[in-house]
Write a protein that binds this ligand. Structure first.
Ligand code: HEM
Length: 495
C-alpha cells in the first residue's frame, strides 16, 4: 500500500472514530464551539485571554457551555446559582487526571490536598485544616506574628518613600514569611537571600502557569517542546529547586523531632506519620511523600495568591484617591495612628471591609477556580456531564454577572454597604475563595493577612500611581492566577 493510501485510511479512521464516539456525547453535553479531533476547541486559546473568549461563547451558547482540549471535555459554568449549588455536590469534588499534576506529586497525583481526591483528599484536608488551626490560623499568636511582618514591611517601604516602587516582590516576602513561620516554625529576615530565592521560585512558578495551563491539557506536545518551547523546562527547574528546599525542611525536622515537643505544623505531621498504620495516607514513606505534597500545595496556593491580592488592592486604591481617602479617614477614626491594627477592629472598619470585598470581586484572582472533575455521569443546568470530564466553575462570571451586579466593571465598594453606609451587605455571588467542600483551605489566614496588612499600610502611607508606569489596563494577565500588569506607585508617609 502506498503511503498516501495509509494516510487516507488513518484520516478516515479518525473521522469515523470521532463520528461514532464523540458526536453522540457532544450532542448530550452543553452546546459550544465544535472542536477539531484531538486538538479540540480550546487550542487557539493557548496564547489568548480565556476570560474574554469565554464571554463570546457565553453570549452565543448560554450560561453553561462546553469546550474541549486535547483528550478532555470541559463544561464551563458561568451562572452563579448553578456554580454555588453544584460546588456542594459530591460528584464534582474530583480533580482532573492531568499528567502534569501526577509528575509534580512524585508520580501519583493523589497526594497532598490541592490536586488530590477521594478518601486520601478527605484524610489530608481534615488533618491540614486542624494542623494549621493548632499552629496559627485564627489565633492571637498568629496575629502577633502578622503584625511583626507588617512592621518589617512598613520599615522596608519607608526606605522607598518618594520613589516609584514596584510592590510585587515586597508583599511576597512578608506574606511568604508568615506562611513559612506557621508551617516550619522559622522566619527569615526580609533581606535573607534564601527568602529571595524562594520568592523567585514561586513567582516563576505562577508566571510559568501561563504555559502550564496548556501543559495540563496538551502535556506531551508541551513536554517535547512542540508548543511552549522552553517554558516547560523552566517550570521543571522551579520544581527541582523548591523540592530541594522543602526536603531540607522535612529532613531537618525528622532529625530534630522529639516526641511530646511539637514545635510547628511539620512536627505535627511527623507525629501523625509515626502514629499511623498501614492503609493510611500518613503511613511510612507514603506519609512523607504526602507531607512534601502538602507543603508544596500550601506554598504554591498560599504565597502568591495573598500577595497578588494586596497588589490589586494598591492598584485600585492608587487609581481611586477618593476611596483611599475614605478608608484612611475610617482608620484614623477607629484606630488612630498610635497603635497597629488588630482583628478586633474589623467590625468597626466597615468601609474598609467593603473595599476588600470589591477588590476580591473585581480582580477575581482565581478566575476559573482550581479545575474540578465529575467523578460520575451527572448533570448541570439540564446538560449531561460525562464521568471524568472537567468542570470550570467560573468565579470571574459569578463576580461579573451584569444581571446581578448591574455595573460589574465599575470599582464601587459602596455596593457592599446598606443605604446608611453603616452595615455590610452580603452578596451571595461573591466567592473569591470558591464555595462548597473544596473551598480554599487558607481562607482564614488570607483574610487576616489582607486585613492587617491593608489596614496597617493605609494607616501609615498614601499610595499614588506613578504616571510613568501607570497600568491603564486593569485586566489581569491571562493565567491561572490573575495578576495585575506591571505598575508602580509613589509612596508618601502620612503625618
Ligand atoms: C487571597 C488569597 C487566596 C485566594 C483568593 C484563594 C482562592 C482559592 C480558590 C479559588 C481555591 C479553589 C477551590 C476549589 O477547588 O473550588 C483555593 C484552594 C486552595 N487554597 Fe486558596 N486562596 C487564597 C489563599 C490561600 C492560602 C493563604 C492558602 C494556604 C495557607 C491556600 C491554600 C489553598 C489550598 C490548599 C487549596 C486546595 C483546597 C482543596 O482542594 O481542598 N489558599 N484557594
Amino acid at each position: 500500500m502506498e503511503l498516501f493510501q495509509v494516510l487516507l485510511l488513518l484520516i478516515l479512521g479518525l473521522i469515523g472514530w470521532f463520528a461514532l464516539t464523540r458526536i453522540p456525547l457532544l450532542r448530550k453535553m452543553a452546546p459550544g464551539p465544535l472542536g477539531l479531533p484531538i486538538v479540540g476547541s480550546l487550542f487557539h486559546l493557548l496564547n489568548n485571554d480565556a476570560i474574554e473568549e469565554f464571554q463570546k461563547y457565553k453570549k452565543k451558547y448560554g450560561k453553561v457551555f462546553s469546550v474541549s482540549a486535547g483528550n478532555f471535555y470541559i463544561t464551563v459554568v458561568t451562572d452563579y446559582r448553578l456554580i454555588i449549588d453544584n460546588l456542594k455536590k459530591d460528584e464534582f469534588q474530583g480533580r482532573p487526571d492531568f499528567e502534569l499534576w501526577e509528575s509534580r506529586n512524585g508520580g501519583n497525583r493523589n497526594r497532598g490536598v490541592l490536586f488530590c481526591e477521594g478518601p486520601v483528599w478527605h484524610e489530608q484536608r481534615r488533618f491540614v485544616l486542624r494542623g494549621l488551626r493548632d499552629f496559627g490560623f485564627g489565633k492571637e499568636s498568629m496575629e502577633g506574628m502578622l503584625i511583626h511582618e507588617l512592621q518589617d514591611l512598613q520599615n522596608t517601604l519607608r526606605k522607598d518613600v518618594g520613589k516609584p516602587v514596584n510592590l510585587s516582590g515586597v508583599f511576597n516576602a512578608s506574606v511568604l514569611n508568615s506562611l513559612w513561620y506557621i508551617v516550619t516554625g522559622n522566619r527569615f529576615e526580609l533581606t535573607d537571600p534564601t527568602l529571595k530565592t524562594l520568592i523567585t521560585l514561586l513567582i516563576d512558578n505562577i508566571r510559568s502557569s501561563l504555559i502550564t495551563t496548556p501543559a495540563l491539557f496538551f502535556f506531551w506536545p508541551v513536554k517535547y517542546g512542540l508548543i511552549g518551547r522552553g517554558t516547560f523546562q523552566n517550570s521543571l527547574k522551579f520544581r527541582e529547586n523548591i523540592k530541594k528546599m522543602l526536603h531540607n525542611v522535612i529532613d531537618e525536622h525528622l532529625e530534630t523531632y522529639k516526641e511530646g515537643e511539637i514545635r510547628d505544623f511539620v512536627d505535627a505531621y511527623i507525629q501523625q506519620i509515626k502514629a499511623s498504620s498501614d492503609g493510611s495516607s500518613f503511613y511510612s514513606e507514603e506519609g512523607k511523600k504526602n507531607l512534601y505534597s502538602v507543603l508544596l500545595d500550601l506554598f504554591v496556593a498560599g504565597a502568591e495568591t495573598t500577595s497578588t491580592t494586596l497588589q490589586w488592592c494598591m492598584l485600585y486604591l492608587s487609581r481611586n484617591p477618593r476611596v483611599q481617602k475614605k478608608v484612611q479617614e475610617e482608620i484614623d477614626n477607629v484606630i488612630g495612628k498610635s497603635r497597629p491594627p488588630n482583628r478586633g477592629d474589623k467590625p468597626r472598619l466597615i468601609y474598609l471591609e467593603a473595599v476588600l470585598n470589591e477588590v476580591h470581586r473585581m480582580c477575581s484572582l482565581v478566575p476559573f477556580s482550581v479545575y474540578h472533575k465529575a467523578t460520575k455521569d451527572s448533570e448541570i443546568g439540564g446538560y449531561f456531564i460525562p464521568k471524568q470530564s472537567v468542570v470550570f466553575f467560573s468565579i470571574y462570571d459569578a463576580h461579573h454577572d451584569e444581571g446581578y451586579w448591574g455595573d460589574p466593571n465599575t470599582f464601587r465598594p459602596e455596593r457592599f454597604l446598606d443605604e446608611t453606609e453603616t452595615k455590610l451587605i452580603r452578596h451571595e455571588p461573591l466567592i473569591p475563595f470558591s464555595s462548597g467542600k473544596r473551598q480554599c483551605l487558607g481562607e482564614t489566614l488570607a483574610r487576616d493577612t489582607l486585613f492587617l496588612f491593608f489596614t496597617g499600610l493605609l494607616q501609615t502611607f498614601s499610595f499614588e500611581i506613578d504616571p510613568e508606569c501607570a497600568n491603564n489596563d486593569i485586566r489581569g494577565s491571562p493565567s491561572f492566577v490573575s495578576s495585575p500588569k506591571p505598575f508602580k506607585v509613589i509612596i508618601t508617609e502620612r503625618k
